[in-house]
Structures are given as structure tokens and as C-alpha cells.
Design a protein around this ligand. Sequence first.
Ligand SMILES: [Zn+2]
Length: 234
Amino acid sequence: MPDELLVRLQRFHEHTFPGVQDTFETLVKDGQHPTILFIGCSDSRLVPYLLTGTGPGELFIVRNVGAFVPPHDGSAGYHGTAAAIEFAVLNLNVARIVVCGHSHCGGIRALYEGAPKQATNLAAWLELGREAVLPVRLCPEALRRTEQRAVVLQLERLMGYPMVREQVEAGHLTLHGWHYVIEDGEVHVFDVRSGAFVPASSATHSGTGPYRDAADDAVFNEIDASYYSAAQSA
Ligand SMILES: [Zn+2]
């Protein structure tokens, strides 16, 4: 019986890679310079490259259950997500950090239904979303609202990272809160002024963090404009 996974590896090397070889050679020669740190849920239905129309070298990605951000509490340890945030901001100097949750999130659902008894790490990890839980019985609407509240919670926690706060306050870094609705194929972006998630199809920006006030909008729109013109000409 053929090993289907091996077949896919061979297919990539023989058929797909030649078409993108130049891109990867450049990325090796010049190094990577992604401008976006994408913090997403591990869910297999969330595909960051598809959503954002990006390719090799454009996204620095860290994914975990729930798209959670652990607190920056000085407890240096095996904190993979925290390490990725530090690297992205201090080494790569990313201009944007996206926190992307999604519909039908098993991690958020587990906040209501609990984790398997043996999953002690998972149970502890889920506490990073606890504040987003609503005092209601779980239903589709409650799940959706909790998923969105969890995204905002992580944006707030990001501001607890000294290097994030410094760059945000200096106007060099923008935070984005996204909620991807799998069945609609649409990202809803968090708008700090309305406090709501707005479908990308009717949004005027790609999301704001909870720290930002209206006075910052001029800078923010300028960054957005340059980003989009660069994206369109790419
Ligand atoms: Zn999820």
C-alpha cells in the first residue's frame, strides 16, 4: 500500500517546488522579512495564506488551541507563543500582529464543556480564554460571541508585552483582531470604535486593537493605504 503522505512529499518536490523555486532562493539569500505576525487557532479549517492572499515569506505564524496569548508575567519558561511574539517584534520588526479566532472553535467550546481528564496542559491553557466566557448556556450565538470576546482579550493581553506596547505606542506596530467565519469564508474584523466585529466586505479597515483611540486613525489609515497599494501591485 503506497504511503500517501510520502507521495505528497514527492509530488511537492517534483512538481510544485520548481514553480516557486526562485521565490524560495531569494528568501534564503535575502532572509525572511515578514511584516505580519499571525497568531491563529490550530484548527485545520483556518488557512492563513488563503485568507490573506499571502505566500512564502509574508506571514510569521504561531498557532495554538484557541489563538490565545499567554500573559507576559516574567515567568520565562517553555512558552512557545510568547517566544514567537518576542522574536517577531524584536528580531523581525513586524508591523502588524493579527489575532485570528474562528467560528465553531473547539477550544472555545471546551471552555464550556471541559477538556479530557488526561489533558492537563490543555485544561490549564484554556484558562487563557476564561474571561471571555458568558454566564449562559452554550448555544451557537453564545459560542460566536465568546470566540469574538476571546480575540479581544488576547489583544489586550498582547499589550502586556513590553516590546509590543512600546512599538504600538511609537506607531510602528498595529494590532488586529479577526474572527473568521468558516462557512461564509469571511473574516470579521474588530473595530474598537463600535466595539463590534465587522464583516470584511463592509469594513473600512482591517481591524484595530482595544488600545487605539480615534486620534491614531490618521496614522493607521496611512499605514493601511500603503499596505494595500503594496499588496495590489505585488
Ligand atoms: Zn479554534
